[in-house]
Design a protein around this ligand. Sequence first.
Ligand SMILES: [Cu+2]
Length: 155
Amino acid sequence: MKSSKYYFITVLLFLFSFTAYAADTKEEARPESSQSHDHGTWKEKRFVATVDADGIQRAEMVGGDYFYDPNYIVVRVNKPVELKVKKAAGLTPHNLIAKAPEAGIDFKLDLKGEPQTVKFTPTKTGKYPIYCDKSLLWFKTHRERGMEGMIEVVE
Ligand SMILES: [Cu+2]
């Protein structure tokens, strides 16, 4: 009885290390951010925001398994942005993260079925990644599965 228990644990350990190994060896097909993807299906969906009459640039985005649409948003520097985000149908939890406080872009929120509005004013031109950091157990993060994108700030 004891040996079958050890056998079970050994198999589990093997599966775990194989999963980690498989995740490590997928390094091709990178977009401009530093993360790799496990499939070649990430396609840029670009949205170029225009400045509304009230001076605000508005954009809308949907996040789901495992995408953002659009996933590449171009905004103008030093003009306020209102990004309305919501979650596509599905049970998997998703979030939206940007960590570029040096450019005035710094937020993290869990996506919901009802739209939420993220407000920020980009202060520096450049390209700033957005992504979902959720994952299930030791599996790949959603970011690694393609749930990432970019905010590009232009003059
Ligand atoms: Cu996600």
